[in-house]
Design a protein around this ligand. Structure first.
Ligand code: SF4
Length: 107
């Protein structure tokens, strides 16, 4: 878990994001990422069903390819693990956002 926590902090630092301050939500997601890395060998998104094939799941390896456009449009990623600074400063709280991953990739 500690390694996964460090991973999340690293992603946030590199992207200039804020890790969701809702610690219960964030711990749940970190636990999901940790399970995925132990089970699959890579950090598959904890909010999506991974196929187990790294190539197929490349788009949902955290930080997923949908993260940037979701940050731009909604101020946070699909899981609401990473929030933009502007979003946090606005005082808004994350909400359910549309799945940007094409339906044909859902498993
Ligand atoms: S939505 Fe993307 S950036 Fe957010 S936790 Fe899932 S894989 Fe990571």
């Amino acid at each position: 878990m500690e390694e996964t926590r460090r991973f999340v902090q690293r992603v946030a630092r590199r992207g200039g994001y804020v890790v969701n301050p809702d610690s219960e939500h964030t711990e749940h997601l970190i636990d999901g990422l940790n399970r995925n890395v132990n089970r699959l060998g890579y950090y598959a998104c904890p909010c999506r069903d991974a196929s187990g094939d790294r190539k197929t799941d490349r788009d949902i390896c955290c930080p997923c390819v949908y993260n940037e456009p979701d940050q731009e449009e909604y101020g946070h990623c699909f899981c609401a693990l990473f929030l933009s600074r502007d979003f946090v400063e606005s005082g808004k709280t994350p909400r359910q956002i549309p799945e940007r991953r094409p339906a044909e990739k859902w498993t």
